[in-house]
Design a protein around this ligand. Sequence first.
Ligand code: SF4
Ligand code: FES
Length: 342
Amino acid sequence: MKVTIDGQEIEVAPGTTILQAARMIGGESVPPAMCYYSKLEKTGGKCRCCLVEVTKGSDADPRPMPKLVASCVTGCMDGMEVASKSSERVTEARKAVTEFLLINHPLDCPVCDQAGECDLQNLSFEHGKAQSRFIEDKRTFEPENIGDKIQLHMNRCILCQRCVQVAEQLTDYRVHGVLNRGDHAQISTYVAAAIDNDFSGNMIDVCPVGALTDKTFRFKSRVWFNKPFNAHRNCENPECCGKATLWMFGNEIQRVTARKDIYHEVEDFICNTCRFDKKEVTDWVIEGPRKFEKDSVINQNNYTRPMEKVIMNTEKGILEGREQDRKKISMAQIPFNNQKKQ
Ligand code: SF4
Ligand code: FES
């Protein structure tokens, strides 16, 4: 089947969606995707970020589709013509969807661990507006503890449901899901059951925003102060690929994540032992610096010399400064009564 996206023709197999075809072409025609995840089944169709205009349905029925369609759940037809980047309607619609997603999302990027690698930040940067027309109060939720490894900030959640699919497809049993409807919809665990199984940490990686973050990395560093290295180990868990990205500060592994591709999707899932328990350099065989996108925030912290061995002569003063900062922002370590009243 032939499909044309923004004037670029490509041959695809039956069953290919417009988003997949656009990713085969690459470049600016690829629609943004906040809920679709190629490594998980049954994702997509939730966020409406990936809207495109079908200007010709197919050779058999060339009528255009009257409404914009979600490209992640719309299949290609032979002779179909699609406008993505080139459509003004699409540009306007993406702005509207971004504004809609931000209606309830807090603007707490300065204190959010996801800042710098947040898909919603990127989406607002590329497709958003500078102002909001929303004057009502944003949704708020009672804080909820979902275990000792994963931090949930429900007010940042955009209900993409990727994490639900991770639990459904990767872990032995699912204890969380979307509860309630409409404005009250939220990700929660049933009867306060903690998320505790071997692959639950992957929810952190698939979450496009800062709603699910790594508790063991909480407030340790901004991601752009870390240097990411690809590494692997012989993991005893047969379902774990053992290939990860280590986020280092000096010679310290501050965080372990799965490796991600250019669409910020993990290449292969990793187990919780690799993610949370292997934080010594000796636990890993370090392959070298991770490749990252040219325009990524993390790129600001680029590598200045070859790294045969991961020992970085970071200035001692800087490391000490970081320690002091860390103490100050780790409120949990400060008894409440010792905090100065303003
Ligand atoms: S917590 Fe994250 S991954 Fe889960 S539904 Fe919300 S935004 Fe999506
Ligand atoms: S990526 Fe298509 S609807 Fe979310």
